[in-house]
Structures are given as structure tokens and as C-alpha cells.
Design a protein around this ligand. Sequence first.
Ligand SMILES: [Zn+2]
Ligand SMILES: [Zn+2]
Length: 325
Amino acid sequence: MIAGFGMKKLISCVILFWILLFIGYSVCNSYRYKIKTPMPDIEYKKSIIRDSHNLTYTLEALRPVMGPEELSEFIKANDKNPQIYIPNNINRVKGVYRANLHTHTTNSDGIATVEERMNEAQAYAQKHIKDGYMVLAITDHNTVLGAQEVIRVLERNKNKYTNIKVIPGIEIFTQYQNSKHSFYPMEIHVLTWGINPFDRFLKHEFYKKDKKDKWNRTTPDRDFDRTITIMSKYGLVGVAHPARYTEEMGKYKYPYITEMFLRYKNLNQNIKFAEIYYQAYEKSYTAKKLGNEYHKYINYINSEAVRLGIIRTGSTDAHGLSIFK
Ligand SMILES: [Zn+2]
Ligand SMILES: [Zn+2]
């Protein structure tokens, strides 16, 4: 009798143990899921509406917003397709050109407004892209104001932007420190796409205090590692124009880029990407000065991205009037 009771107790304990283990595993897994994968787009858009505290904002008006989920699929599908990022005449006329994932507006040091950028993309796509849309990211320097403006423009112009997908983003200046290959910290620019520009933390971190301060250099010591770690919880984080840092790197540039990519890869919890198909390289001062050596370097960066599973993306990093330059 007593032995039977003990056995029952033991069985209950074992069952309870497994139930608790299962609950613990599920909780941990859901936590991990939240951090490691991009937020579902519908939840992303709902969070923008909620945090904007504007009762007139609707999901329907945010239809042209491309969220982290859809964008992940888009860049994965185009990793080997640089032509969609190259706005030369042929690609434009044929409608092959269909993504500019890094542009600036009057909210930082760009000349065009957010609305002008979106209008140009819409007019181009309407005329040339017959089977899809043009993807445009607004990524102003160190501020969420450009991304906020995207949402406001969409709200003001419901049903106008039928041929584009637009990404609220940001480009952040960071200091890459403690490298084995350099005594000096390097300024590396970090892109984040699919941010909620009304999020309390982001608004606090990336809000221009002075309108004249186009670069918002209020926190010049923003660390690369810390930025990647934190921002990967707020959107898709990638390395902007990796070949831009050549000149400062000098002869250490090859191991430096590998070190930087590896550090980025280990700290970023989401999909990995870098701007390998960057359109401003060819025209840059560094490219002209270094000639063939520069092309060799770009090829090296490209092969390192492929080796490390970093998706290759592209842009014009537009600052002028047009998204094509
Ligand atoms: Zn930059
Ligand atoms: Zn830029």
C-alpha cells in the first residue's frame, strides 16, 4: 500500500518535471524566436501605428511599407542579381533596375525631401516596371526623422504609391574599436532597415536636438559592436559601403575587412547583409587614386561576403536630387 503510494508520487513528480521542462523550453524558445527572426510584417506595421499615437493611422495606408520579413526574402532572392541595384540607362528603360536600399533626404544631408524621393520612385516604377515594384529605403544619418516622414507621407497620400515599396530606415555612424589590425578606431556606417521610427528607445537615441546639426553627431563615441547588438533587435542591420574604408586601412585592409565581417556576423542576430553592389565606388576619390588595387579590394570583399554567408545588396547612397545617382 505504502510502496504503491510512493510509486504514484514518483510518477506524478516525473510527469510534473517533464511538464515544467516543456514549459521552460517553450518560453525560452519563444524568447529566442523573438530576437533571432525579424518581426512578422503585420506586427511591425501595428507597432508603428501604436507608437505613433496617431489615431488616424491605418494598416491600409501602410500597405506600401516593406517590413523586415518581406525585405529579408527580397534581398535573399537578389543576392546574385546586382543588375536590380544598377540604375544605368539600359536597366532603367527595361525596368530591370528596381531597388535603391540606401538614400538620404533633407532630414540629414540629402537635397530631396522624403516625398520627392517617393514620387520619383513611383513615377519611374509606373512607367518602367510592369511586373512588380520599385523598392526604396530612406536611411538618413543618425536620425529617425526621415523614417517618420515616410509614414506621414503615406498617410497624407493614401492610394498614391501603388508601384513602390518603401522601407523606413537609418544609417548610423559607429566607431569600430579594438581591431587587431589598426591602432585607430575606424568610422563604419551601419544601416538598419525596417525600424519603427516612433519606438521610444529609437526616438530617444536618434533624434536631432538641433535642426542645424545635419549629422547629429551628439554621440560620436557610438561603438560598432554595441550598435550592431542593439540595432539587430530593432530591424535588419548591415554594413554600409564596406570598401569605403579602404584608404584609412592602408596595408591592413584585407585582414581588417574579414575581422569586421566576422565581428558583425557574430553580433547580428538577424539576416546578414553588406552593400557590395554599391554604385558610388567607381566615382569615388579613393577608386580613382587606387585604380586596379581598388578593384582587387572590392573583389576580395565580395568573395569574403559570399564565404561568410553575408547577402550582397546595393544602392546609390543618393544625396542629390535623383535616386538614380
Ligand atoms: Zn555612409
Ligand atoms: Zn549614406
